[in-house]
Ligand binder design. Structure first.
Ligand SMILES: [Zn+2]
Ligand SMILES: [Zn+2]
Length: 249
């Protein structure tokens, strides 16, 4: 059996997500953050290219009145990457905008009715708050952002895949490398989702080592600002503050 074939079999044994997880660990940062951001980008491209007119997608995006601010930015980037002039987004949002207009018109009519009835007493604070509700209640989103929903699903999927792989030797070798570090949020999530004490102990040990290493680099970076030590500063130390931000942010 050739070496390539053995490698292929090993890959299959590790599950369908292995090649994605392996690739994410070749990059700098938290593998779960990398995997979910890749998945959301893929999902948005698909959404814009194939599903902008799909009835289920249309219903969901109308219920949530578009996306959250982070995913709106990513969606816009996806449209640009598709080299579209904005037609996909226009088709996706046309009915959301139509619904918004309808709600605003209805609010205007309701306010006219309220004015006719309550003109003299609307100065009271409670009345004013009811008055505001006439406008805002229908404007509240009735569903979560499509990007956040996709992110949540993938966050759970990849975290469970990483937990499943924790005892695998090749996984460990890659996971323990310097460039890989779970962010704080995903470390906590992974611990909460783990179902064995051994897995938790393994991830805790690796995380503790990585944070300890990062702390040394950060303090060395600060110390080496002394002009006598500046020439000794390494690239890893120069980047340490960025890694700290990645970890906490
Ligand atoms: Zn993360
Ligand atoms: Zn979102």
């Amino acid at each position: 059996m050739s070496g390539i074939k053995i490698e292929e079999i090993e890959n299959i044994k590790r599950g369908v997500s292995w090649s994605e997880i392996k690739n994410s660990m070749k990059q700098q940062g938290c593998p779960i953050c990398i995997l979910i951001s890749q998945s959301v980008e893929k999902y948005f491209k698909f959404l814009l290219y194939e599903y902008a007119l799909d009835a289920t997608v249309q219903k969901k995006i109308q219920m949530s009145f578009g996306l959250c601010s982070i995913h709106t930015r990513i969606l816009k980037d996806s449209e640009i990457k598709l080299k579209s002039d904005g037609l996909n987004i226009s088709v996706l949002y046309e009915n959301v905008l139509k619904k918004e207009l309808k709600i605003l018109k209805q609010a205007e009519n309701k306010i006219k009715e309220t004015n006719a009835k309550l003109y003299s007493i609307v100065k009271k604070k409670a009345d004013l708050s009811n008055y505001k509700k006439v406008i805002t209640s229908e404007m509240q989103s009735k569903a979560g952002c499509l990007g956040c929903l996709n992110q949540k699903e993938n966050e759970s999927f990849y975290t469970h895949e990483i937990i499943r792989l924790y005892a695998d030797q090749e996984f460990r070798e890659r996971f323990e490398k310097y460039n890989v570090m779970l962010c704080r949020r995903h470390f906590i999530f992974l611990v909460n989702e783990s179902e064995s004490k051994e897995a938790i102990e393994y991830f805790l040990k690796v995380q503790q080592q990585k944070i300890s290493e990062l702390y040394t680099q950060l303090t060395d970076f600060i110390e080496k600002h002394d002009h006598r030590l500046k020439s000794q500063m390494t690239d890893v130390e120069r980047r340490s503050w960025e890694r700290v931000l990645e970890y906490f942010g």
